[in-house]
Ligand binder design. Structure first.
Ligand SMILES: O=C(O)c1ccccc1NCC(=O)[C@H](O)[C@H](O)COP(=O)(O)O
Length: 271
């Protein structure tokens, strides 16, 4: 028998969580809440607009992670959202997974209510029920991790996002996942520089995969970005949009750190 990977372990508890959530709150109840939720804020449109004059930034609200443990003890999602908005972030990503990231649905609601930025529910998605949940909490975008879903599940999740008027960020880490992602319709392809099973993180992933992303798609370069030079380096490989968590979450002055990171964009003008 093979040893379960971290993604296997996450999937196992997520499926239990989903079953428990469905038992406590049937889909019809969640759908009613989703219909009553605040209007969707356009997520990929905001990133596209940002890349006309600079970089698009999805700034992540992430208290802890499997690879790093606790990242930020002084954790106030509303204050962090305001700091990110002040610093020039385009969108937010908020971890809603509790067991591995110490995230929570409440954090998403607090962050979204504190600013005008569109918000990604950052979680491990397997079931359209979770997409309705995301919309009920106010999310504007969901994440689909190709490493953890089948083609059929990815399509079902993407269709659910479209049904609710939300965007989907399709995340890949290797060529096979990218080829599968290219069969979906979503505009945003996230290249995750982190191998989610080994936690090895290298910007070479974006350097190598970016050339296989069709020009009509928007590359979102994810993980392991620490300096303005990293962003400029990745921009040379076609990435104008970035998803950044740890670097900003460890900053004392989050607004200033966000501003510093976004300074001096390389050749703005769209993806
Ligand atoms: O960050 C982890 O340790 C991790 C482990 C297992 C699955 C996912 C994981 N992270 C999700 C992400 O991809 C990052 O939160 C996101 O790209 C931001 O990365 P960073 O800027 O390096 O915090």
């Amino acid at each position: 028998m093979t040893t379960p990977t971290i993604l296997d372990k996450i999937k196992a508890y997520k499926l239990e969580e989903i079953a428990a959530a469905k038992a406590a709150h049937p889909l019809a109840e969640i759908e009613t809440l989703a219909h009553e939720a605040p209007h969707v804020r356009p997520f990929s449109d905001a990133l596209l607009k940002a890349t006309k004059t600079g970089y698009g930034l999805i700034a992540e609200i992430k208290k802890a992670s499997p690879s790093k443990g606790l990242i930020r003890a002084d954790f106030d999602p509303a204050a962090l959202a305001q700091a990110y908005a002040t610093g020039g972030a385009t969108c937010l990503s908020v971890l809603t997974d509790t067991p591995s990231f110490q995230g929570a649905p409440d954090y998403l609601e607090q962050a979204r209510n504190a600013c005008d930025l569109p918000v990604l529910r950052k979680d491990f998605m397997y079931d359209p029920y979770q997409v309705a949940e995301a919309r009920a909490w106010g999310a504007d975008c969901i994440l689909i991790i190709m490493a953890s879903v089948s083609d059929a599940q990815a399509l079902e999740l993407e269709e659910a996002a479209t049904h609710w008027g939300m965007d989907a960020l399709i995340e890949v880490h290797n060529r096979a996942e990218l080829d599968r992602a290219n069969h979906l319709k979503s505009r945003m392809i996230g290249i995750n520089n982190r191998d989610l099973n080994t936690f090895e993180t290298t910007l070479d992933t974006t350097r190598q995969l970016s050339k296989f992303v069709p020009p009509e798609r928007m590359i979102v370069c994810e993980s392991g970005l620490a300096t303005p030079e990293d962003l400029a380096d990745m921009a040379r490989y076609g990435a104008r949009t970035f998803l950044i968590g740890e670097t900003l979450m460890r900053a004392e002055d989050v607004a200033q750190a966000t501003r510093n990171l976004l300074a001096n964009p390389l050749t703005p003008g769209g993806f």
